[in-house]
Design a protein around this ligand. Structure first.
Ligand SMILES: [Zn+2]
Length: 303
């Protein structure tokens, strides 16, 4: 069981983190996590150079597990669970042993999932559920902040283990879905340097990652199937008011071109006709031409 001083520090870190998560809408810059927060004049970082991290002020159990955005290993997120790789190949490395101990003591941890360089999707608490020495992988489940069980409370509260398990399964699935969505959004916006590909607006809070082939038609959440668009152009693209031909030229639907109205219609939509969309500089991030062609057929049908 964790000593009470370490547990109090862990609680304070989580309180601080819950404020930051709201402030940044779940995706925190590396700087915030690395600089951490101050407790009694001392700076406490929340992550370190290795994936499994414990700040010096906490005695034994790790505080966080981190997946680097350019990790060679896949800390794969499948449909049901989060998986986290052991440190190195030795199951008895102290970091691995401490995480295994955290299973028995139900120690709540924070999970930092690197999406793009310098940006981490944060979820806490997470719990290590199972350690698989043969495959060198931990199974991790997620829970809601309001349901953290601190060990002292365990003694007086008889918790319904089945209720906890069912809730955690549900929360974990939600976290997995959110990780996919956020990861798609951040990667697409990053590829377009946080600009709308149609009008160059560069306010991230007004930008979406639009699917070229929609989710519902089997479109994959990959950068090549995404375009960074402002809210209005995202909606216009989804409704086939705007289309993109296979030379990456924007076309405006005929009825919209003929309409007469105020400046929003004129500058926001009509003026885009036959303008070239902004493309990511890296060719591997540019929209897949097959997806663009398939999508353009829909636009033509709607015209
Ligand atoms: Zn726009």
């Amino acid at each position: 069981m964790e000593d009470s001083r370490s547990q109090i520090i862990r609680q304070k870190i989580f309180e601080w983190l819950s404020i930051k998560v709201k402030q940044y809408d779940d995706v925190l810059p590396y700087k915030e996590l690395f600089e951490g927060f101050e407790l009694d004049g001392q700076r406490i970082p929340l992550l370190g150079p290795k994936g499994i991290f414990k700040p010096a002020v906490i005695k034994y159990f790790p505080l966080s597990i981190t997946t680097s955005p350019n990790s060679l290993y896949d800390d794969k997120i499948d449909e049901q669970y989060l998986h986290y790789r052991y440190r190195g190949k030795n199951p008895n490395h102290p970091d691995n042993v401490q995480l295994k101990e955290a299973i028995k003591h139900k120690v709540p941890l924070a999970y930092f999932h690197g999406i793009v360089k310098g940006k981490y999707l944060v979820h806490f608490p997470v719990y290590i559920e199972h350690a698989d020495d043969a495959n060198l992988v931990f199974r991790v489940s997620a829970d809601t902040y309001s349901n953290i069980i601190w060990q002292k409370m365990n003694v007086s509260h008889a918790h319904d283990i089945v209720v906890d398990e069912v809730r955690r399964e549900y929360v974990t699935r939600e976290v997995v879905t959110r990780m996919h969505q956020r990861s798609f959004r951040e990667k697409v916006l990053h590829a377009y340097r946080e600009h709308c590909a149609f009008c160059r607006l560069k306010h991230p809070e007004l930008l979406d990652a639009a699917h070229i082939i929609p989710d519902s038609s089997g479109g994959e959440p990959t950068v090549k199937n995404g375009i960074s668009l402002c809210k209005i152009h995202h909606a216009a693209f989804d409704k086939n008011i705007l289309g993109i031909n296979d030379s990456y030229i924007i076309e405006v639907r005929k009825d919209i071109l003929e309409e007469v109205d105020g400046p929003m219609l004129k500058y926001g939509l009509q003026n885009l006709h036959f303008k070239k969309m902004v493309l990511p500089t890296k060719t591997e991030y540019q929209p897949d031409r097959n997806f663009i062609r398939r999508r353009f057929e829909e636009f033509i049908k709607a015209s």
